[in-house]
Design a binder for this molecule. Sequence first.
Ligand code: MN
Length: 254
Amino acid sequence: MRPVLIGMSCGTSYPDPSRLLFLGKSLDYGEQRLSAALARAGALPFLLPVLPDTSTLVALVERVDALVLSGGSDVAPGVYGEAPLRPEWAGDPARDAYEQALLGAALAQGKPVLGVCRGIQLLNAALGGSLYQDIGYQVPGALVHRDAARYDDNEHTVRLCVESWLAPLYDEREILVNSVHHQAIKALAPGLRACAWAPDGIIEAVADERRDIYGVQWHPEWLDRDSPHFARRAPGDPVFAAFVARVRARAGLA
Ligand code: MN
């Protein structure tokens, strides 16, 4: 039986005068732990390059069984009809357009989607929801969801909805996860259901099980056996295993 093929969205490293390699050029990149996690789950991951032509992106999605929307830069507030409250929260509109084209293709083709960190935000915004542009600024009393110095040492618990795709993956109803985001879901998109919450009420996971659309606000790909946090935090591999199982079923490979 052939393996499940999963397309991963790329980030873009824009021209940077301090970067001598490919000086003045834009680079597509994927984060290695994410592709490694998908491979461990039995999938063959493919990086989908950032291309301006939507029809080419649609054709790329036709070649894979599912789409993973990766982590990265902020979603531009324009996606959900707002202007940036601060210039540094303007996001990356080019990446939004690229990922919205990939997502539109995956939905039109009935293919499962998993959004990770930025990916859950892009999903929610593209499907008609909205985001907090900055949790610390817009949600008084919220936990620290991103700490630049601690990066993925930063953590909090999330409470899992009992009837959700995540609950069967763990023995506990409350799990400890990393937190490396300063945006978060504000208004949930029509069709999406919240599946996990931080203690401050911030939505940390969503699903539309009917369409096999899933999202997590944390980075399960950094919660593998090699992680220094593995012993304390919820393992991330079950998230990818569950997604790949859904992809396999939907692609008729089960
Ligand atoms: Mn968080």
